[in-house]
Write a protein that binds this ligand. Sequence first.
Ligand SMILES: *[C@@H]1O[C@H](CO)[C@@H](O)[C@H](O)[C@H]1NC(C)=O
Ligand SMILES: *[C@@H]1O[C@H](CO)[C@@H](O)[C@H](O)[C@H]1NC(C)=O
Ligand SMILES: *[C@@H]1O[C@H](CO)[C@@H](O)[C@H](O)[C@H]1NC(C)=O
Length: 525
Amino acid sequence: MHAPGNMTSVLCLEFLLFLLSRLAYSEEPEPLFRPQGGNIEMGYCFGADYIAVYRSAPGGDQLLGNSSELVTPPPDLQGRIQVTKQQHLLGLQIGNLTHVDSGIYKRECWENRTLASHVTQELFVCDEELESQEIIVNDLDTRTELLCSTSTGTKGTSVRWYREIYPTYKLTLFLDSNVSLDPLVEELQSVGIVEVKDEGAVLVLDNHLLKNNQHFYCLKIKGKKCLSFKNIYLPDRSENREIFASEGDRVVLSCPSDGFKQQWETPQGVINASMTKGSMHLSGDKGFSLVIPSVSDEHSGEFSCISSSLEIIYSLVLCPMKDPSLERRENFVEGGNILLECDFDQMANSVHWYRRQSLLEDELIHDSSDGGADIPEDLRDRLIVSEHGSSLNISNMRMEDEGVYYCVVIGDHEFLLDEDFYDDYNDTGDAESDYQENWTQPQRCMSKQETTLTWTNEDPPHDFSGFLYVIVGALVLMVVVVGVIVTVIAVRRKRRRKRPSHCELRATEKDDDHSRIKMLNDHQP
Ligand SMILES: *[C@@H]1O[C@H](CO)[C@@H](O)[C@H](O)[C@H]1NC(C)=O
Ligand SMILES: *[C@@H]1O[C@H](CO)[C@@H](O)[C@H](O)[C@H]1NC(C)=O
Ligand SMILES: *[C@@H]1O[C@H](CO)[C@@H](O)[C@H](O)[C@H]1NC(C)=O
């Protein structure tokens, strides 16, 4: 009786599983570029039971390798596949690549009979890899030119441009001259962000776009064949971000949730979904942010958010306890000006200014030791920084400017004053590494001073003396009005009695008014 129903649900489940597996595979493949004759590592599985790699072929997926059993690969790959195993890392390598190896590959990591992770990759094997090139950003320019190759105009060639998206480092195609000379991604289609020249061989990018894209790749394609690829990259702006926190501050270190085996490495040990350390915990929102409810001495040091697909490193630098006399609160009105000040003495090496707006990450506004540091775009023509960064003047304030603004005063590294250190350095051969260690020590924070700016839509209250003038003015005006009325009545009465000429009467009234108006003016602020 129940059999048909059970049958249906089993079929249903199978269908759902089938759909799920389709969905899992329908993700955009990650592009990979290799020169002919090179080799490729099809990613790694960390701590998995086994790795399996497939190649997408017209007749269906072909299994290329399974680290836990011997698989005979398709004839064209025989002798070129190697399973690699290093402690907990499992990989699969294909050597001696040729053009025909270009295509879609899938890698699966299996653990406890379940699919722990999988990645789809699109391999392009090109005739040659052009020398990679560092992007040189001229701070005076707002745009930067990226050159794919000089030999342009070859008949029948097209260019594809890829960029690495921060912070997952996934490469995505954003321009394909074979499809269009307009960017394929909507956010890049606004006028002036990307200018395409020379049939796609040259791009002129808004510098803003370079900020979070470390690597660009361009491919020259002829027909189905990849002629060359080139990596164009920004100098390493170091992913290491400094966080300056005073004792007792609540700090949130943000990190997107991405990849698998994600965890935080902290000065107090590993933190992940099932492990906390002290009061530190994951934020519980959709990302993988770490919350430190109250910073103390034991939190200073390096925090890394690590997963199979990203690594973000923060250095937490502890600042002395905040001095309440240096904490400020100010209101501002639309269109107004704000002056932010930072107190420091001669010992300071540099001053950094940051702002924190609602849920956004703290953002550097100014670094007195780095003239080229990026000013946030919305502040660019509204910010005036005094010499040495002791004050900031922001004009034309807007409601969005609300937030906490703070300066951080950076001092000399302590070890420079430490004589013992130099003694050690002179006697022991081992000291070289100590020296290195100290040299890369984070900056020393001498003070952190916060100003909270709040938007208000009311005019600032008049100060008391101004208010007094208004009252006095109003009183005077009343006196004048009453006076004029009394005078007019008196004059009228007089007129009735004495009947003077019209001209005389006018002159009297005017003179009176003049003297009273003058008196009013004297009292006005
Ligand atoms: C890989 O080999 C193991 C051990 O023989 C087997 O259990 C598993 O099903 C194989 N996986 C694939 C995807 O072929
Ligand atoms: C690659 O091919 C060359 C000759 O074509 C051969 O000598 C070499 O062993 C091959 N290497 C691998 C890893 O298959
Ligand atoms: C896999 O199975 C083993 C033993 O059956 C268990 O200890 C382990 O926690 C499992 N791992 C995962 C990721 O489920």
